[in-house]
Design a protein around this ligand. Structure first.
Ligand code: B12
Ligand code: SF4
Ligand code: SF4
Length: 363
């Protein structure tokens, strides 16, 4: 048994994963209960994959019926952002500055599975993912010892902090589980205090039942308020009240990670794919985004990055907000053009909103 675990850890480190932990593929009903209470509060917004009537999120065997254990893997994606280049730029969250992690991680996970298949032959059955199935990846990786759940609702690992991706391989291998790691935020509330939209709270629903008694923090995030949701997942108009609070975030938000003491001494990633020079970087010039004329042009610029998710419409909507918040004068011609000639009503309305911030609506 120990040899099996050693083999898995060796393969993980050989492939460049930064940490690995094992947990059972059994259902986790206490986490499911919490998840259901969370979404009953409306906190899942309109994210369809979280709103299934018969949720599978806490039930790995609904994804792989032969599943016995889950190998959870950590990949550090952190790179330090350069100094803010100023009002003409919008900021991209660190996880999206390089190449699209879905593609990069999927191929590494496939390689991992191929190596295991080589060891165990056709008897080995598995499925591997990162951020592409409705599984409670944070809860399973916490159970596998990858870290503890911080009040920013992210998994925090020592020494990697929270800027990492979680991947998992569900398989029919019987592997001894790792122990959950101790860890706590203590009295710190910095992430809650800094969140501009007050998306984070603690304790609105009790902590995860019996198993977690004695641990008082029950971190909760209301996606409807989170800048990450608003700028990436939300397909529609962004509420007027929230636009000013988005500041200069054009894609995602890292404020509740940046402030976290656990992220103060972390190392930068050694994966070239996630470095800014492999993708579009930490800052995007707003006028370059506002002047993208077609979906084809958008795809040719962002095709290899996670930014694709917003499509042209979402990214231009976000760029309008940031240009308005920043009073980026160099964006005025593009904003005026969009307000007059853009066919998409959401982009048009956001361009008009940005122009109102300059008081130049009648230009
Ligand atoms: C939906 C989603 C979002 C939503 C909602 C976020 C959220 N906090 O749930 C939005 C769009 C807002 C979002 C934003 C981001 N996301 Co996201 N997202 C997801 C996704 C797809 C599902 C998460 C989910 O199921 N949420 C539902 C809630 C209820 O689940 P939960 O937080 O796990 O809830 C548990 C805890 O509350 C726990 N609990 C309850 N009480 C208690 C008490 C104690 C003491 C403890 C310890 C636990 C506990 O029980 C609950 C059920 O298990 C996952 C991938 C996946 N499949 O898991 C990525 C994922 C969570 N996202 C990730 C990332 C990187 C981000 C961003 C950093 C991106 C960015 N920079 O913009 C932000 C961070 C925002 C934030 N502070 O969370 C990573 C996080 C890695 C990590 N270190 O934890 C994940 C795991 C993707 C991946 N595979 O790497 N995301
Ligand atoms: S990602 Fe930004 S908006 Fe979302 S909870 Fe963290 S600080 Fe708040
Ligand atoms: S900022 Fe403080 S409260 Fe928030 S996750 Fe980090 S340690 Fe926990």
């Amino acid at each position: 048994m120990q040899n099996l675990k050693q083999l898995i850890k060796r393969i993980a480190f050989d492939l460049g994963f930064h940490a690995v932990g094992i947990t059972s593929a059994n259902d986790i009903p206490t986490s499911e209960k919490h998840f259901l209470e969370w979404r009953d509060l409306g906190y899942a917004a309109d994210m369809n994959y979280l709103l299934r009537e018969d949720p599978i999120n806490a039930k790995p065997t609904k994804i792989l019926s032969e599943g016995r254990s889950i190998i959870t893997l950590l990949v550090n994606y952190y790179t330090k952002p350069p100094e803010n280049p100023g009002r003409d730029f919008g900021r991209v969250a660190a996880y999206a500055v390089g190449l699209d992690y879905h593609t990069i991680l999927k191929s590494k996970i496939n390689l991992f599975q191929a190596k295991l298949r080589k060891e165990f032959g056709d008897h080995f059955i598995s499925k591997g993912f990162s951020d592409s199935v409705p599984l409670l990846e944070k809860s399973f990786s916490r159970n596998a010892g990858l870290g503890f759940m911080g009040k920013n609702t992210l998994i925090i690992n020592k020494p990697f902090g929270s800027y990492f991706f979680i991947c998992e391989i569900i398989s029919n291998l019987d592997i001894e589980s790792d122990a959950e790691k101790e860890g706590t935020c203590g009295k710190c509330t910095r992430c809650i205090d800094i969140c501009p939209t007050e998306a984070l709270t603690v304790g609105a629903i009790p902590a995860e039942g019996e198993a977690r008694q004695g641990r008082h923090e029950s971190p909760l995030l209301d996606s409807r308020l989170c800048i990450s949701y608003l700028t990436i997942e939300n397909r529609g108009s962004i509420e007027n009240d929230l636009r000013g609070k988005i500041g200069n975030w054009i894609f995602g938000c890292d404020l509740c990670q940046e402030i976290c003491p656990y992220n103060k001494k972390i190392v930068e990633t050694d994966w070239e794919e996630f470095k800014p020079q492999s993708g579009m970087g930490h800052y995007l010039r707003l006028k370059d985004i506002l002047s993208i004329e077609s979906d084809k042009e958008f795809k040719s610029k962002f095709g290899n990055t996670a930014i694709m998710r917003t499509k042209r419409k979402g990214l231009i909507r976000n760029a309008c907000i940031v240009a308005g918040n920043n009073h980026s004068e160099e964006c005025l011609p593009e904003l005026i053009n969009l307000s007059k000639n853009e066919n998409d009503p959401i982009i048009k309305e956001h361009a008009l909103w940005a122009l109102e911030r300059f008081n130049v609506l009648k230009v």
